[in-house]
Design a protein around this ligand. Structure first.
Ligand code: P6P
Length: 340
């Protein structure tokens, strides 16, 4: 077997098929469609500064947030490719209040549905900070041959078949997890292909980076404050080397946490009692990726992958990262909250 230097995403997913003959190839096909969408979105993100695509599209999404034109483009690009793939029955998107049913015979016979945030971090678009696409793939629970239903999207994260993200940063990366592992692919613009660059990603069990919007410190619970105080204290001791890193773009912040170790959080606060981040198409996919990579993700009380959503756009307090740091946070929250 000759040694191969460069493996593209398509070759990798096909190789996975060869290694697992019982696989039907549908998930691989779906991941390739998402990869193609990522390339098209990347091209627009890279052009954003040049083409009159910046600035708010004028509409508002279900979160009441001004929609940037790139959000629209990313959403339409993903929905178009998923709709015309052979493997997806429907999608749930941050940009759409309701589920988007691809109600045609082929789509209705497809066994997967996709949850997605087409372009997260859009407030960073105009200042050229990394942004990203987040997605999760569930096997539908509704009968094949019929349109997908809401329940197909309100499943616990532990039932995900795959999850991933595309990070439009200094380079463009697609990272996805299945139960077989987490693998990262970097876009090679010279050939227009995602190439395997980070095989079998494992989240370090410990880390030095803590990632939170400190602006909310005064409104966080006492346990969270106690943990952050400890991080800050370690930051003053060179040998501990704790550092605060926060970009305001969860895809970038969690990507760093996954690769370098650390902890990322968006806690509940006085003005956001359920936190800000969305459970179904942001926190559940990232929690699956983190778990497969050996990390931990919670809502501050339970394993996030055990949480059953009750609505497409519900929010949740969110904590994830290196297992040892998450254990320390848990300890602080148990002690700190009892102080409350
Ligand atoms: P804040 C981006 O809008 C986002 O949804 C996440 O990507 C990011 O982690 C968070 O919101 C930033 O929120 O309140 O710190 O600006």
């Amino acid at each position: 077997m000759y040694s191969r230097k460069l493996i593209t995403l398509d070759e990798f997913t096909i190789q996975e098929l060869r290694n697992f003959p019982q696989a039907t190839g549908e998930l691989s096909g779906l991941l390739r469609s998402i990869g193609l969408a990522g390339k098209r979105i990347n091209a627009e993100v890279n052009r954003a500064g040049l083409v009159d695509i910046l600035g708010a599209a004028g509409a508002e999404n279900v979160q009441g947030e001004e929609v940037q034109k790139l959000d629209d483009f990313a959403n339409k690009t993903l929905l178009d490719l998923l709709n015309h793939s052979l493997y997806c029955a429907a999608a749930c998107s941050e940009e759409n209040e309701n589920v988007i049913l691809f109600d045609d015979p082929i789509s209705n016979s497809s066994k997967y549905v996709v949850v997605m945030d087409p372009l997260d971090g859009s407030s960073n678009i105009d200042v050229n900070v990394s942004i990203g696409t987040v997605f999760g793939v569930f096997k539908r629970i509704s009968p094949l041959g019929t349109p997908a239903v809401m329940e197909d999207f309100l499943q616990q994260g532990k039932l995900l078949v795959a999850a991933g993200y595309i990070l439009y940063g200094s380079s463009t990366m697609l990272v996805y997890a299945t139960r077989r592992g987490v693998n990262g692919f970097t876009l090679d613009p010279s050939v227009g292909e995602f190439c395997l660059s980070h095989p079998n990603i494992q989240c370090p069990t410990d880390g030095k980076y803590y990632s939170v919007n400190y602006g909310g410190y005064k409104t966080f619970g006492k346990g969270v404050q106690q943990y952050l105080d400890a991080c800050e204290e370690r930051g003053t001791q060179p040998k501990e080397g704790y550092k605060l890193r926060y970009t305001g773009s969860m895809v970038a912040d969690i990507h760093r946490t996954l690769l370098k170790g650390g902890i990322f959080m968006y806690p509940a606060s006085a003005d956001a009692p359920n936190g800000k981040l969305r459970l179904v198409y942001e926190c559940i996919p990232f929690s699956f990726i983190m778990r497969i990579a050996g990390g931990v993700a919670t809502n501050g009380e339970v394993d996030l992958l055990e949480v059953k959503p009750t609505g497409l756009h519900e929010r949740t307090p969110y904590f994830l990262g290196s297992s040892e740091m998450m254990a320390e946070l848990k300890q602080s929250m148990q002690v700190g909250d009892s102080i409350a």
